[in-house]
Design a protein around this ligand. Sequence first.
Ligand SMILES: *[C@@H]1O[C@H](CO)[C@@H](O)[C@H](O)[C@H]1NC(C)=O
Length: 259
Amino acid sequence: MSFTRNHQTALLLATAMVLGVTMADGPSRVNLLKAGKFALLTKTGVTTTGITKVKGDMGTSPIARAALTGFSLVADSTNEFSGSPLVTGNVYASNDAVPTPQLLTDAVLDMQAAYTDAAGRPDPDHLNFGAGSIEGETLLPGLYKWDAGVSFTDGVTFNGSSTDIWILQIGAGLNVGSGAKVKLAGGAKVKNIFWQIVGPAVLGTGSHVQGVFLCKTNMVFQTGSSLKGAVLAQTAVTLDSARITKRSFCDITVGCETS
Ligand SMILES: *[C@@H]1O[C@H](CO)[C@@H](O)[C@H](O)[C@H]1NC(C)=O
């Protein structure tokens, strides 16, 4: 017996309906693999001022530990990572002891692959939505593509179920206004929202965002801004009394779990 593709799809849908399976809306998720271990991963360093709080692991590579400034790092007795009064989790750098250099090389390759995957998804559901001004909008699950930058001054809401996925392809910078908030509704999960940003990404004073930030360049956290999720940046991250919270760690076999 042979089926055409359409027959197979129809059969799968019918089976899903009979079994009562809920089909997720939006694109398939972006797998972070080993990059999913980190709340904050960069290639060229992290600088902080003020009372920053990072909950989760932090890493930088190929640049060395000296590019992590303001963290008052104290090397662990194994020299495989450092601790910091500002970080609940381990801080890894490329010049830490074995096996850390390889862990970071792999994680950086995986974050670059995740960026490329997100950036390369074809056939967006929404092209240049709001011409990049998404203030006050509610984003339903799907693939969003902007040829230029995106901004909002006050807030945006992601509304969908706990299995729905959002991928935002942002062709230039992201500007989040002072005090602006990203809100989730309907069961939407931090780990299912992917921001792919050509860059830079700038969080205004006291703003709050959620999701996995895949940045081709840098991300700037202005005074008192916060992120629930992760930032995986291919240049540097600067923090000023900022808060980054990643609730659980990834199992590298399943990818990222950020909430
Ligand atoms: C989210 O979507 C549901 C279902 O469409 C709707 O009932 C609810 O009002 C929406 N919530 C927000 C905050 O947009």
